[in-house]
Design a protein around this ligand. Structure first.
Ligand code: AMP
Ligand code: ZN
Length: 112
């Protein structure tokens, strides 16, 4: 499959990893929108939040319990934002589910 995040998960494309285990990977966004901008992905391909199935519950739960640990390791002690863009209206540009962690500075009050 021609999926850039699958290739990152397989190590075929380099990334700046900040966390990895057998199921998920977190790496620095190549075009950061905040001082700290990290993407968290499952290693197995899922297109988007819109395509989640019951069988994906375990990995999504794992992502969400790991996000605070990643945030802590990045020094995000005064907060951060977690975003997942879904589909064209949300400008999803990579069709492999990912959760943006944004922080390291005061973020805008408005999200869009
Ligand atoms: P989205 O627009 O929500 O689909 O987010 C996709 C994100 O992936 C964007 O913020 C891009 O900057 C980021 N991105 C695309 N290619 C890479 C890459 N090779 N390494 C790291 N981040 C990437
Ligand atoms: Zn993929």
């Amino acid at each position: 499959m021609d999926c850039i995040f699958c290739m990152i998960a397989e190590g075929k494309i380099p990334s700046t990893k900040v966390y990895e285990d057998d199921k998920i990977l977190a790496f620095r966004d190549i075009n950061p929108q905040a001082k700290v901008h990290v993407l968290v992905i499952p290693k197995a391909h899922i297109g988007s939040v819109d395509e989640l199935k019951e069988e994906n519950v375990d990995v999504v739960s794992h992502i969400f319990v790991t996000i605070p640990k990643i945030a802590k390791s990045l020094g995000l002690s005064s907060g951060y934002r977690v975003i997942s863009n879904v589909g064209p209206d949300a400008c999803q540009s990579v069709h492999h589910i990912h959760f943006h962690i944004l922080g390291g500075e005061q973020l805008a009050e408005k999200m869009c």
